[in-house]
Write a protein that binds this ligand. Structure first.
Ligand SMILES: Nc1ncnc2c1ncn2[C@@H]1O[C@H](COP(=O)(O)OP(=O)(O)OP(=O)(O)O)[C@@H](O)[C@H]1O
Ligand SMILES: [Mg+2]
Length: 280
């Protein structure tokens, strides 16, 4: 089970995120990025965050710890922004929290090198969960203490938006030509050899069990929350063995190496240098 904390202070909204996540402090003295049940993207986004986030962790990929957060909307009363007020009001009860990585920066492929093995693992994992939100436009990865961290798994497993078509949708290939790590020569065979044997029915059942009942209840077409959990397992499991053969990486593009900013390349003290050179 995910640990549960209670939000004690709403700090600030994160406006880069489409769902307007917020930074909150909690009763365990932790600081979290909170994703709200009342956000327009709906509770399935949170289900995807839990299943994929916990799976990533079990596969040894770097992802901040997830928790559930109890929210009393009263903690946001001082927040002046109407949009934030409404989001908080609509999200009383259980929400999702991700450990906040202070001082992390957004991944920039021109400034940060990823080795083909690590790139392969991330692309393979994204193919498995059908992540459509790790493109170079919006990489949803952070660099923290020199390491790459994965965030934001809300836009994955699109089949859960239309369960009757899940089987057919889950069988589809994965187009990674836009993936932020495609230019790093991802080693997909090595990733499949390392990771696929770990993704067993048992592991998937365990991660699905971590989704709170409240986010699965009353799903049309299912009698119980466990039946919904089972549907996630059944959609992911058949992809494990062969998904690496069905990943399109597109044309290999020679990645441009980053250059230092212009002001670092020009000599800031040309006169001093000249006078030293001329022995004055
Ligand atoms: N754990 C974290 N630690 C530090 N900053 C974070 C963390 N999680 C998210 N952020 C910051 O908040 C931004 C929005 O987060 P995230 O991408 O998860 O939200 P979203 O609403 O799902 O976004 P999107 O618009 O990509 O759908 C990130 O781009 C990043 O700058
Ligand atoms: Mg994002």
């Amino acid at each position: 089970m995910l640990s549960e904390v209670i939000a004690t202070r709403y700090v600030t909204p994160l406006r880069e995120g489409g769902s307007l996540p917020g930074i909150v402090e909690a009763d365990d003295l932790g600081t979290y990025v909170m994703k709200f049940t009342g956000a327009g993207q709906g509770r399935k986004t949170l289900v995807a965050e839990v299943i994929c986030g916990r799976l990533a962790r079990r596969l040894g990929l770097r992802i901040p710890e997830l928790v559930t957060i109890q929210l009393d909307p009263v903690i946001g009363l001082a927040e002046p922004d109407q949009e934030v007020q409404e989001l908080l009001k609509a999200s009383g009860g259980l929400n999702l929290g991700m450990d906040y990585l202070p001082g992390s920066i957004g991944f920039d492929p021109l400034a940060y090198e990823v080795d083909p093995k690590e790139a392969g693992k991330v692309v393979w994992f994204d193919a498995l969960i059908n992540n459509v939100d790790r493109s170079w436009r919006n990489p949803n990865m952070l660099v923290w203490h020199g390491d790459l961290w994965l965030i934001d798994h809300g836009a994955t497993m699109i089949w859960h938006h239309n369960w009757p078509t899940a089987k057919a949708a889950a069988a589809k290939p994965y187009n990674a030509s836009d993936h932020a790590l495609a230019p790093f020569g991802p080693d997909l065979s090595a990733a499949a050899a390392d990771l696929a044997p770990l993704v067993t029915e048992e592991l998937l059942t365990e991660v699905a069990a971590e989704v709170p009942d409240a986010w699965l209840a009353d799903e049309p077409g299912f009698d119980t929350t466990d039946a919904v959990r089972r549907a996630y397992v059944e959609a992911l499991l058949p992809r494990v063995a062969t998904i690496h053969e069905r990943i399109t990486l597109g044309e290999p593009s020679p990645r441009k190496r980053s250059l230092p900013p212009g002001w670092l390349l020009t000599d800031p003290w040309p006169h001093e240098k000249k006078s030293k050179d001329s022995g004055k």
